[in-house]
Design a protein around this ligand. Structure first.
Ligand code: URA
Length: 219
């Protein structure tokens, strides 16, 4: 590790400590349950709105913390906010969001407000590029904390970026793992295709439909 990398890591660790972490192990979400940043989502959202742990905080218009039912049994996790989400500070409000809401309403027979919707990153990467590992490393503790507060029964990972960064299973193609029921942080994790992928590949909707029927059964 270079001196600059060490200094960056040290800075990150000091910042985690300022949020209340005593010890942090990557990709071991179950170990984080007793290391809360905050006891509720509102307090957490306040803290995250001032986050500058990574450089994309400089280009964001709004932090997109996540929204929905704090006691939701079902949580959807996307990749990162896009331009629409950055503009208004809410997740999945663009075209992909409209499709997600259709899925929630028409397949799961739920309302958007019944579930909780968040992303791996809370800020928009410039030009909607894929999140870097450094950005995910900075931001993921927030997501894990949200999960530990909400305690959903089922988490749906939307797309490969979400699945890969949640689990660390980077070599697994989403097309192979989608629809599987996995264990994650006291919840069932079901990966499926991202709604943006469905907009480009409508023929994949039938797979998502079948994944959502599985979710419905398990709720
Ligand atoms: N895509 C995502 O992954 N998240 C959003 O909030 C919007 C689009």
């Amino acid at each position: 590790m270079t001196k600059i990398e060490k200094a960056k890591l040290l800075k990150l660790l000091y910042q985690y400590r300022s949020f209340g972490f005593k010890y942090f192990k990557e990709y071991k979400p179950a170990n984080m349950i007793n290391q809360k940043i905050s006891s509720n989502l509102a307090a957490m959202s306040d803290k995250v709105s001032n986050c500058h742990l990574c450089s994309i905080s400089n280009s964001r218009k709004n932090v997109v913390f996540g929204e929905g039912n704090e006691n939701a049994s079902l949580m959807f996790i996307g990749e990162a906010p896009g331009a629409n989400e950055d503009e208004v500070g809410r997740p999945f409000v663009g075209k992909a969001g409209m499709l997600l809401v259709k899925i929630i309403e028409n397949v799961l027979n739920l309302k958007r407000e019944d579930v909780y919707i968040a992303n791996v990153l809370k800020c928009r990467p410039p030009n909607n590029r894929v999140p870097t590992l450094e950005e995910v490393t900075s931001c993921k503790p927030y997501l894990l904390e949200q999960i530990s507060i909400i305690k959903p029964k089922i988490i749906v990972a939307l797309g490969s970026t979400s699945y890969h960064h949640l689990t660390g299973d980077y070599d697994m193609p989403i097309s192979k793992i989608r629809g599987e029921v996995l264990e994650f942080a006291d919840a069932k994790l079901i990966p499926t295709f991202h709604p943006s992928f469905l907009l480009r590949n409508p023929s994949a909707k039938k797979e998502v439909f079948s994944d959502m029927l599985k979710v419905k059964k398990l709720l």
